[in-house]
Design a protein. Structure first.
Length: 322
């Protein structure tokens, strides 16, 4: 299954670069990569299509792994960064930077990153300790999500139309302004975070059995949870900083991966599922309506909710949750 998903990622990555409103032939693409200058095509591929596809792939993988970490560690399909307040923390911080300070570009991304980390730390500190720490973390996170959403709504109502529209594009999650300036920091972040997630995956399997069982197996429960929490938060934060809070990716990637694997968890498969969703949704958003490039978050939001309902219904038919 992993091989099939990897092939789908490669195909969708190529489709996003070669097809669309401006098509590029495969020979021309490799000539451009080799350094040849083709008028018009070189700029479009190297400065627009390629960084957009690269960021889409990395954002999808980061959200997919982050959601799977939270859902598996807390043994609850609702425990994804976009439900428990982390993405909302990034959104509130980014909108504050846009509306109050007039920030743009990398400054907004940095504000989103800081907001996600601060909210995640607050959630952890308020929910730590005790056998029910995982459930408290979810409840505290949902509370923070409500507060942060209220902050975003208030700021949007106090801003002018132009600023509000700029903030709204970011809030929807978009790859329209992708550039190498955003892709490079994200790539370096993932070079650190992906190996960390791979190392911590064995702790994740222990926590999936429950805190008491994990402790009985010799696992340091609180330290393992903190490490996984930090890694999951960082993955969601850097992805949100690069593309905004793209909805439903973290929420859906883990359950879909488990369905494809017959109930088993796999961070790698979750990453591939997330990449497939983002790349497919971005291509659809950019080409579905002629002359209009829809933010990727709009497409994932429209398609994600009914797909989640279908996933839950079909899961119940076979007697197991998503």
């Amino acid at each position: 299954m992993a091989a099939v998903l990897a092939a789908a990622v490669v195909v969708l990555f190529a489709v996003n670069i070669l097809l669309g409103t401006y098509t590029v032939t495969i020979p021309d693409f490799f000539r451009i990569l080799g350094g040849e200058q083709i008028p018009g095509a070189t700029f479009i591929v190297m400065e627009s299509k390629l960084p957009r596809a690269v960021i889409g792939l990395m954002v999808g993988a980061a959200f997919g792994i982050s959601g799977s970490i939270f859902q598996t560690m807390l043994r609850n399909p609702l425990a994804s960064p976009d439900i428990i307040g982390i993405s909302y923390g990034a959104s509130a911080s980014a909108v504050t930077a846009i509306v109050v300070f007039g920030a743009a570009g990398s400054t907004v991304s940095l504000a989103a990153l800081c907001g996600a980390l601060v909210v995640a730390l607050a959630i952890y500190l308020l929910s730590r300790g005790g056998a029910a720490a995982g459930y408290r973390l979810i409840l505290v996170g949902i509370g923070f999500a409500a507060v942060m959403q209220s902050v975003v709504t208030f700021l949007m109502t106090r801003s002018d139309v132009r600023t509000a529209s700029q903030a709204l594009v970011w809030l929807n999650g978009s790859l329209n302004s992708s550039s190498w300036d955003r892709a490079i920091p994200l790539a370096f972040s993932l070079l650190v975070l992906l190996p960390a997630a791979a190392v911590l995956a064995r702790h994740l399997r222990g926590l999936e059995l429950g805190d008491d069982t994990a402790a009985g197996l010799g696992l340091r429960v609180e330290a393992s949870r903190l490490g996984l929490l930090a890694t999951g938060v960082a993955l969601a934060a850097v992805a949100t900083a690069a593309a905004g809070p793209v909805s439903f990716i973290a929420f859906l990637s883990g359950p879909i991966a488990r369905r494809l694997l017959g109930g088993r968890n796999s961070l790698a498969v979750s990453a591939l599922v997330g990449a497939v969703i983002v790349l497919a949704a971005d291509f659809a958003g950019a080409n579905l309506v002629p002359g209009i490039s829809l933010p990727v978050g709009v497409v994932t939001g429209v398609l994600g909710a009914p797909f989640l309902l279908w996933l839950l219904v079909t899961s119940n038919r076979v007697g197991r949750g998503g």
